[in-house]
Design a protein around this ligand. Structure first.
Ligand SMILES: [Zn+2]
Length: 169
């Protein structure tokens, strides 16, 4: 026990000179990584629908005019590349649902570099700010990673009913 305490004291003494910049640095990292309050999926289960298809995919692509919605650099400007995929702003693997309000059109490069990180507040705010300049009039620019009652109801019926009827005949 005594040895442990002395080791702890030693470590603290070693850290002491670094505290004036270490503490602000840790605070800054925590602030920059903080998610957008009230927009994430919370503790939702994974959406059984894994990818954007059909109507939702077309809507997300069209409202972005088929151009990548990512920033050109960190949070500035807008990427010039054509959009090739529809991505979950709040990752599907972390409970982000496959709904239009959680979708964004991305180019291949930005989709690959984004990964499965939970987007921090400045990422979401930056996306919403860019969207105000190109979204069709009346379209909601805000990101919401939650399912509506309609979204939930849609998941209780088979997604591709035609195939079923074909199999029966
Ligand atoms: Zn891009």
């Amino acid at each position: 026990m005594d040895v442990l305490l002395r080791a702890l004291e030693g470590a603290l003494a070693m850290l002491q000179p670094a505290l004036p910049w270490l503490v602000p640095l840790l605070v800054a990292v925590a602030v920059l990584r903080f998610p957008m309050p009230g927009r994430g999926p919370g503790f939702a289960r994974r959406d059984p629908w894994r990818t954007f298809r059909f109507g939702p995919r077309a809507t997300v692509m069209e409202r972005a005019a088929r151009r990548c919605e990512s920033a050109a650099f960190i949070a500035w400007g807008r990427c010039d590349a054509p959009a090739t995929e529809v991505d979950h702003v709040f990752p599907w693997s972390r409970g982000g649902p496959t709904v239009e309000s959680n979708g964004q059109a991305l180019c291949r490069g930005h989709n690959r570099s984004k990964g499965a990180m939970r987007p921090p507040w400045w990422y979401v705010l930056g996306l919403e700010r860019r969207r105000r300049s190109y979204f069709p009039a009346g379209a909601d620019v805000r990101v919401f990673a939650v399912m509506s009652d309609d979204d939930r109801a849609a998941r209780t019926v088979p997604r591709v009913p035609e195939r079923r009827s074909r199999m029966r005949s």
